[in-house]
Design a protein around this ligand. Structure first.
Ligand code: FMN
Length: 453
């Protein structure tokens, strides 16, 4: 049974200039946030002052869009952003306790690159790094990596499973005390403590060892956000953090049970990983203020952006009246059936026009939106946490920087007042601060005495 009396974990899921696609258009928003390094440093320091566990950077390796042409695309604010590992290198230099999680694809990288870069950043940051393992979902990414088509879903996950094992194997290239650097004797490392991986698998052949000492955390924290069967299996076998997009506690609870129910078969305790759904908060000192803020940003969703969002599911709807209903003869698109039926039902049951439909679904990209006072937002977070449907949340700031600072200044103190959130970092590394154990080197595990009952 999950302990629902403790404190919740809080991450920030930050992307480009904020989660809400029209947030950058608000007068007070920094529209160029995606490329403003001074702002990112300031936001990282503010997150640390608020005792946030980590900053997570979602990423794609292409301009990912369903816009029908370049004119429609030119209304999207989600174009330019820093490469996450590079950005985190800079941000770790201006912080001491905040953790950082960067997204990197198993479909368009080699395991040696990933093992080396994350190990390097873990050393640079003093053990505060995590890797969000993604298989990449867009065709646009394939076209940037010498392929004509995206790899099929099952094949992507097959590669991801082996990829993560190779990366972890490379992180174990050296036992923690392998580098003796004995000046008197002249020996630099203990050869008995070097482990050459020599991996030969279906997708990869990797000799090793890694040219870098074992990361301070043993393994950087591994995050995963796949929701399909193979996605949940990968999470259950390998992840320390599991992200998900859920709009209600019932859906969150089902997911929690579904993914944690798989842990036993991999010999893992359910408490060995944290499930953290995303929420997009819009905070006001009063409910009226919060609602007015939300209305203001919603009204700025350009129709070309709204239609591009619906195009992922229904194809191009630009020839229809925006203020009329969804047409009856919607085309059947491949691979989006799970989104299609709920959206059609939502539109029909609520008599929504095309405009009203995209207004409902565009804001938080499938995550829960919480528009309210610090108390009402804390109430919802507390009720999900106490119900045992999550271990914490990923806060998706709707725009930068105020959309983020409002959460730090107003909601965090309310959570702290309720004893739901900490007031100081417990440890130095991200694992310590998340309450996750440091994985022992396999050689140390093998040498440990067998426990008898
Ligand atoms: C909170 C969250 C964050 C995600 N971040 C990324 C990301 O940064 N890059 C990416 O390519 N996919 C990202 N995804 C997509 C997932 O990796 C995954 O492709 C998606 O949830 C579909 O799952 P499935 O492939 O198992 O069906 C994210 C998903 C969620 C819920």
């Amino acid at each position: 049974m999950k302990d629902t009396t403790g404190q919740l974990k809080l991450g920030l899921s930050l992307v480009s200039n904020g989660t809400h696609p029209a947030g950058w258009r608000l007068p007070e928003a920094n529209a160029a946030a995606g490329m403003d390094i001074a702002l990112w440093k300031e936001m990282a320091k503010a997150a640390e002052a608020a005792c946030i566990h980590f900053m997570f950077l979602a990423d794609g390796i292409a301009v990912r869009t369903a816009a029908k042409d370049n004119d429609a695309l030119s209304y999207s604010g989600r174009i330019d952003q820093f490469e996450p590992l590079t950005l985190l290198g800079a941000l770790s230099g201006v912080t001491d306790r905040l953790g950082f999680i960067a997204t990197a694809s198993t479909t368009y990288n080699e395991p040696f690159h990933i093992a080396r870069k994350f190990a390097s950043l873990d050393h640079i940051s003093g053990g505060r790094i995590g890797w969000n393992v993604v298989t990449s979902w867009s065709e646009a990414e394939a076209l940037n990596f010498s392929r004509d088509k995206h790899m099929e879903h099952g094949a992507r996950y097959g590669r991801a499973e082996e990829f993560v094992d190779v990366v972890r194997g490379l992180w174990d290239s050296w036992e923690d005390d392998a580098f003796i650097r004995d000046k008197d004797g002249g020996r630099y490392f203990d050869p008995a403590k070097m482990h050459v991986l020599d991996h030969k698998g279906e997708h990869f052949k990797v000799k090793g060892p890694l040219n870098l000492a074992r990361p301070p955390q043993g393994y950087p924290v591994i995050a995963q956000a796949g929701s399909s069967e193979p996605g949940q299996e990968l999470a259950a076998r390998t992840a320390d953090l599991i992200y998900t997009a859920k709009r209600d506690p019932e859906g969150a609870g089902q997911f929690y049970e579904s993914v944690k129910g798989r842990f036993a078969k991999y010999g893992r305790a359910r408490s060995s990983a944290l499930v953290m759904p995303g929420i997009m908060p819009v905070v006001g000192k009063t409910m009226e203020e919060a609602e007015a803020k939300y209305r203001r940003v919603q009204e700025l969703i350009h129709p070309k952006v709204g239609l591009a969002m619906l195009a992922r599911t229904f194809g191009d709807l630009s020839q229809y009246d925006l203020d009329g209903p969804l047409p009856d003869d919607l085309p059947e698109l491949d691979g989006v059936k799970s989104h299609r039926e709920p959206l059609i039902r939502m539109a029909r049951e609520n008599n929504l026009s095309i405009r009203e439909l995209y207004m409902r679904v565009t804001g938080a990209a499938g995550h829960m939106q919480l528009c309210g006072t610090p108390e009402s937002i804390a109430d919802t977070m507390e009720s999900w946490f106490r119900a045992g449907v999550c271990d914490g949340f990923n806060i998706m700031a709707p725009w930068f920087p105020d959309g983020l600072y409002d959460f730090f200044d107003l909601v965090v103190p309310e959570l702290q007042r309720r004893g739901l959130f900490r007031t100081a970092y417990e440890g130095k590394t991200l694992r310590e601060n998340l309450g996750l154990p440091r994985p022992a080197h396999p050689a140390a595990k093998a040498a440990a005495p067998v426990e008898t009952v």
